[in-house]
Design a protein around this ligand. Structure first.
Ligand code: SF4
Length: 408
């Protein structure tokens, strides 16, 4: 059993530790011969973990990843590569897709050079290292040949892609190439830092045929004081301008964001500013998180830490505002037509779960269809007939296994 871990804040570390304990119970019950722990937890605590979990057979840091198959088979001993990692995913490395066969995540880069003051990721994953475009394209072609129709592009900051490459290719150039990969129908971008939303990228998004009108732009806050203290490199006004520009150029775009409440020094006034921003921007999807003062980050040492209770109240208030916005945006879609990709049939609820281009897998709402004869991975046209807070209900108006790609 391989336990892949996250370790960027204490709650994630605890969750990872619980998963390891659970895996070790399975091992002692004879269900698994070996337990391997991979990912950010061993990368962050290479010295402490072996003593903490002596029954674990091997720990793998990020640079040990290419050897994972041999380590799992016990052919070579595990061991954590020390220091900041340098390994990058590579198209030559065999890959098992753990998502449904018609969709896959595609990693563009590793590490991050933004160094937001609340974030430990650059210290765990290292500075930005972009994959060569050729390697990404080859992997995309291979995934398409295996039946993948939807690619979700990920990195710690996708808009920073290529900043470290001499070729000068950025996300925009990469998208133009990915757009030509035969077999892929939808391309979706997550984790786009608002600072990287250049005119060129917006124009490419508007013109690319397969990149769906969807963008996940984690803005974190809207108050200039807090944005500056976070080290996000933008003012609230600049963020607004860029988002408005995208909405003007691609009116059908679905925007997702994540926000961080309770950053040190966040006053009731800063929070109200954030609420006003959310009211004004009307995001289609929004995730809100409470700030956590993680050891090793500059923000953890800042004065003015906000009490837990206040953070939770602010988060709840934000999410309740977003629930209203989400319902009203979903209601405005009733009567409209959309393309959908069929995800699965739920036998208990007797509904087919589908997604429009504006609904990303696993993080956003879904489109429910009251039918049981639609194949997972097929595209269809639906009319939206009902709206719930986060989900839509659609009726098939045209059934076909291959629809024209998304029109913006
Ligand atoms: S852009 Fe994201 S990953 Fe990079 S430092 Fe900021 S929060 Fe962390």
């Amino acid at each position: 059993m391989v336990v892949n871990t996250c370790a960027f804040i204490r709650p994630a570390v605890e969750e990872a530790e619980n998963s390891i304990r659970e895996a070790l119970v399975w091992k002692s019950a004879g269900r698994f011969r070996r337990v391997i722990v991979a990912g950010c937890l061993p990368q962050r605590f290479p010295d402490a973990l072996p003593g903490q979990f002596p029954e674990v057979d091997a720990f793998l840091g990020w640079d040990d990843f290419p050897r994972i198959a041999e380590i799992v088979r016990g052919k070579v001993p595990g061991g954590i590569a020390r220091g900041l990692p340098s390994w990058l995913p590579d198209h030559r490395l065999p890959r098992v897709i753990s998502t449904p066969p018609f969709r896959a995540y595609l990693k563009l880069a590793e590490g991050c050079s933004n160094h937001c003051r609340y974030c430990l990721i650059p210290k765990i994953r290292g500075e930005l290292r972009s994959r060569p475009p050729d390697s990404i394209l080859r992997e995309a072609r291979r995934l398409a040949a295996q039946g993948v129709k939807e690619l979700t592009l990920i990195a710690q900051d996708t808009t920073a892609y290529g900043n470290d490459l001499k070729s000068g290719i950025g996300l925009s150039g990469l998208l133009k190439n990915l757009d030509r990969v035969r077999g892929v129908e939808w391309i979706r971008i997550l984790y786009a830092h608002p600072r990287g939303l250049t005119e060129e990228l917006i124009e490419t998004l508007a013109q690319a045929e397969k990149t769906v009108p969807y963008l996940d732009v984690p803005v974190q806050h809207a108050s200039d004081r807090i944005l500056k203290a976070m080290g996000r490199g933008m003012t609230g006004k600049e963020i607004r301008r860029r988002l408005q520009k995208i909405r003007r150029r691609i009116p059908t775009i679905a925007l997702r964001t994540t926000l961080l409440v309770g950053f040190p020094g966040e006053t009731p006034r800063d929070f109200l500013e954030l609420m006003d921003f959310v009211r004004e921007m009307e995001f289609d999807h929004l995730g809100a998180f409470s700030y956590f003062p993680e050891t090793g980050t500059p923000a953890a040492r800042l004065p003015g830490q906000v009490p837990e209770k206040v953070k939770e109240e602010r988060k709840a208030e934000l999410l309740s505002l977003q629930a209203e916005i989400s319902r009203s945006r979903n209601e405005s879609r009733i009567g409209r037509e959309s393309e959908v990709l069929i995800e699965a049939f739920d036998p208990d609820l007797k509904i087919t779960i589908a997604r429009t281009p504006g609904q990303a897998p696993e993080i956003d709402g879904i489109t429910k269809i009251y039918r049981d004869d639609l194949a997972p991975g097929s595209f269809h046209r639906v009319r939206i007939v009902d709206a719930l807070v986060y989900d839509l209900v659609g009726e098939i108006i045209e059934t076909s296994d291959r629809q024209p790609v998304t029109r913006k």
